[in-house]
Write a new protein. Structure first.
Length: 255
């Protein structure tokens, strides 16, 4: 039982061989995944996939890099989609200071609007953070995001911040980087945070774990992430897979 909490099977990188990718994931023991949509095209495709497969769910939101493109109609559309039976979260949303397509102030505004929406529709949120940790934590506090909680996706920050996020009702999701030899912080986080607050993800097609680094990532490789965490925590793969899947189902309200 493995629950990949963050996949982009809606990305064009999977256009050619989507079914084979899904079959390989099932063969490796992946029992559930959440396809994350973050703009018009990827949201539509995330919904299609969630409607097409029992074990696939969708999360819908507006990515901070494209914050400048989000209109009021888009926000209304997200509100509508939040009522879809297979939509289990809003996001990914957050702040990304690496790319400069959208000014910081617009990113913050779009982030706050989506947190407010999540509180209205009572769905957890999936947070994307790139080089913006302090501002993200501040906004989550100011907007009382703890009311809905959610996921710090592909977490790469410090242990201290991870614990702060857990206090705000968030889960820490680890991805491929935890398998990298030089990834001290994700390894420290994996070792130290309580099992009840840990999730696993691939963020495929990006952030491919060792030993496939540099190639396209896919949900089957979430097993490598869980194996690494098991090693760091002194647990079995089955224990980590089972616990993280249980956490994900609880958060997403999946039976
Ligand atoms: Zn992201
Ligand atoms: Zn993502």
């Amino acid at each position: 039982m493995l629950f990949d909490t963050h996949v982009h099977l809606n990305a064009e990188q999977f256009n050619e061989d989507l079914q084979e990718v899904i079959d390989r994931a099932l063969a490796e023991g992946v029992t559930n995944m959440v396809v994350v949509g973050f703009d018009e095209v990827t949201i539509k495709k995330a919904i299609e996939l969630a409607e097409g497969y029992d074990f696939i769910y969708a999360s819908v939101g507006w990515h901070p890099v494209d914050a400048i493109d989000m209109t009021e109609q888009h926000l209304e559309w997200l509100r509508e989609l939040a009522g879809h039976p297979k939509v289990v979260a809003l996001g990914e949303m957050g702040l990304d200071y690496y790319w400069d397509k959208s000014p910081k102030e617009i990113q913050k505004e779009v982030f706050r609007k989506q947190i407010k929406l999540a509180k209205e529709v009572q769905l957890p949120i999936i947070i994307h953070n790139r080089e913006a940790t302090a501002d993200i934590v501040e906004i989550l506090k100011e907007e009382n995001a703890s009311e809905v909680g959610g996921i710090m996706h592909c977490y790469s920050g410090s242990l201290e911040t991870a614990l702060e996020c857990i206090d705000m009702n968030f889960y820490i999701s680890l991805g491929g980087p935890v398998t990298f030899k030089n990834a001290k912080r994700p390894k420290e986080v994996a070792e130290s945070i309580p099992m009840e607050r840990l999730l696993v993800e691939t963020d495929c097609p990006y952030l491919t774990p060792h030993p496939y680094r540099g190639k396209r990532n896919e949900p089957a490789y979430v097993k490598l992430v869980a194996e690494q965490i098991a090693e760091l925590k002194g647990l079995t793969l089955e224990e980590v897979a089972g616990e993280t899947a249980k956490n994900a189902k609880k958060l997403f309200g999946i039976k």
